[in-house]
Ligand binder design. Sequence first.
Ligand code: GDP
Ligand code: MN
Length: 379
Amino acid sequence: MNLHEYQGKELFARYGLPVLPGQVAETPDEARQIAASIGSLVVIKAQVQAGGRGKAGGVKLAASPDEAYEKARDILALTIKGLPVRKVLVAQAADIAKEYYLSIVMDREKKLPLIMLSAEGGVEIEEVARVAPEKILKQHIGLEGLRPYQARELMMKVFTDFKQAAQAADILLKLYNVFMDGDCSLAEINPLAVTPEGRVIALDAKVVLDDNADYRHRDWEHFRDPAEETPGQRLARERGLSYVKLDGDIGCIVNGAGLAMATMDLIKHYGGEPANFLDIGGSSNPEKVTAALKIITTDSHVRAILFNIFGGITRCDDVANGIVTSLTESPLTVPLVIRLTGTNEVKARQILSDFGLGATTSMDEAVQMVIAKAQEVTA
Ligand code: GDP
Ligand code: MN
């Protein structure tokens, strides 16, 4: 789950990271009120989960509550990288002397958290990474964790002022706590700003929580923004199915993550594009099948659906029953191709044929068939 900046800052504040006070607004009027309560120069920031808001006109300073109203109105009318701006953060603005970049990201190859730090922070960091990657310092954090002296040593390489380096080291240690306690895959501060008085503060927050850990974070529920979730994603989460939406047009319902990956590979191999990854899991509960079909059909790009079931613990007849129940309740508007083989396959085939559906045992055949059907629909 990606957090909005205001949520990331809320998390940062809980861990003692220095952020400036602010509140989120959904209307220009609310923005005016918040600006009035802050009572100084404020910054109005689009709350969308995309980088580069600054460059897209989504970050503006306002010197008075009335100006905050106007800027909020303008920003709330924007669409940034395809995402409509529904909320703005109205926060106390800082004077900036210099912008640094600091993040901790999970390095999946090394299986360790990686600190990235640069004196060239701000809106051009992607450009820095591209043309001058040596300006971004990288250091892994070992299993023993991050010691204060290590944080200080690292910051001394980038900050020339000792007091600022000490503040930045403290920030890094706290960011590491956010990252570890929070099961984050990313915790990023850009810019990590230094004010003219030499105070170091987090002016932006980008946090990605690893959804695989959500079972141990009840409090994450309060971060969930229904507007960010598609109906399919919501249903999948509620039913405990792992669903990843992709850009193609062939809906896939598969039992087992490995087989689901192989199915997507095969669709690609034969020239098709999968619309999703969906694993209904090893157990065979007809309700999961019904839920899976509902999830897939919320995606309007789907032009054909493929069931790929290898019956081990999963019983093919259970899946067949699920399909029949689900189609009886809500008939499909797109073609369906079924491949099943394994436990109770004969029974399953009978159930399906009683309902007027066929099924193949060959995965290659099924994949080619579903691609052809999707193309017929498009033609
Ligand atoms: P992003 O472009 O989506 O990463 O949004 P940021 O929150 O990083 O803001 C972009 C840029 O706006 C920053 O790099 C700053 O230069 C500027 N900015 C953000 N907040 C403030 C602030 O409080 N005061 C000033 N003067 N500039 C700010
Ligand atoms: Mn930023």
